[in-house]
Design a protein around this ligand. Structure first.
Ligand SMILES: *[C@@H]1O[C@H](CO)[C@@H](O)[C@H](O)[C@H]1NC(C)=O
Length: 118
């Protein structure tokens, strides 16, 4: 049942020209037909397993969806722009975002004018 569902429809529903998204191939193709495995997609970084129709955030701060057994991941990290040259941006892995501090004093936050998508 699951295998049929995976092979039948290949609908690309997200414009892949958006550079921040990546499509990963159907991992089921490498599995024998009738394999007992219940998952449809495997996260390319975490190797966690997901079913068609689900969305998750992985350890690389990407929003991933399992669509027709293909994994689609989009970067959701925004890059700070327009901050002073005395400042430095550091990535906070837990929050999946950058914070900007003064180079001289890391506890002083800097103003960021805007953020851009990667
Ligand atoms: C660093 O910045 C914090 C917050 O602005 C400020 O309270 C502190 O006095 C600064 N420390 C130094 C060494 O400048």
């Amino acid at each position: 049942m699951n295998v049929l569902l995976c092979g039948a429809l290949l609908i690309v529903w997200v414009p892949l020209s958006e550079s921040a998204c990546y499509m990963f191939p159907d991992h089921k193709e490498k599995q024998p037909i009738g394999s007992a495995k219940a998952s449809d997609c495997i996260d390319p970084h975490d190797k966690s397993e997901h079913l068609t129709g689900t969305t998750w955030i992985n350890s690389m701060c990407q929003t991933c969806s399992c669509v027709q057994c293909k994994t689609l991941c989009c970067d959701r990290v925004l890059l700070p722009r327009g901050y002073s040259e005395d400042c430095v941006a550091t990535f906070n892995r837990k929050k999946c975002r950058y914070t900007v501090h003064q180079k001289e004093n890391l506890s002083a936050q800097c103003k960021t004018q805007y953020y851009v998508g990667k």
